[in-house]
Design a protein around this ligand. Structure first.
Ligand SMILES: [Zn+2]
Length: 203
């Protein structure tokens, strides 16, 4: 369990984050100030950026990973890609555990084998309040670097396999709604346009 005290800093929209967390413990065992980052929402064009490979895993990458974890937990997500918080680096965080205490940090993740197919209902922190069925590979083999700079090759199936495919898509500028039929995408766009109009009227 993350123990944190929240301080609102009243930062402007030009800043990348809105909160600073003062922590007595953090997930990676490193003593850094943690921040909840702003998650970009569709149709923000920055979600279409392609992330670049992390060349050196230093304290800056550890800080990004930690902030991504804190952001993902605060939004009740199970996965987050750096592209979603406007960081163009190939970093993904995932935690499928009930207790939210089994973080998986993937640096430069890459799928090396895809097998079978499975349809699962997906959602995304960048497309709030929308869920739909997407067909993806059922079993995958993938490799990634750890924060300790170790190269790991492993397998995944079920929800983890779906989650890894969904997050790596983000790093390539792709969203799960890109897999939907044109009709469904059109309906979603209408829904978002309507929400935007309501919000504009509220401002
Ligand atoms: Zn997503």
């Amino acid at each position: 369990m993350l123990v944190a005290t929240l301080f609102y800093r009243g930062l402007t929209a030009t800043n990348n984050f809105s909160y600073i967390l003062s922590v007595s413990y953090n997930h990676l065992g490193v003593n850094i100030a943690m921040a909840i980052l702003e998650v970009l929402h569709f149709p923000d064009p920055r979600l279409r950026n392609k992330a670049i490979l992390v060349e050196e895993i230093g304290p800056d990458i550890k800080e990004i990973a930690e902030n991504m974890l804190v952001t993902m937990y605060s939004e009740n997500g199970i996965g987050l890609a750096a592209t979603q918080v406007n960081i163009q680096k190939r970093i993904v965080v995932i935690d499928l555990s009930e207790e939210k205490n089994e973080p998986l940090i993937l640096i430069n993740p890459e799928i090396t084998k895809l097998e079978g197919s499975e349809s699962m209902r997906e959602g995304c922190l960048s497309v709030p309040d929308y869920y739909d069925i997407v067909e993806r590979a059922e079993n995958i083999e993938y490799c990634h670097k750890t924060l300790e700079n170790k190269l790991v090759t492993t397998n995944a199936d079920g929800l983890l396999a779906v989650c890894i495919q969904h997050e790596i898509d983000h790093l390539d500028g792709k969203l799960f709604i890109d897999y939907l039929s044109p009709l469904k995408r059109q309906r979603l766009k209408k829904k978002i346009d309507k929400q935007e109009k309501v919000q504009q009227n509220l401002l």
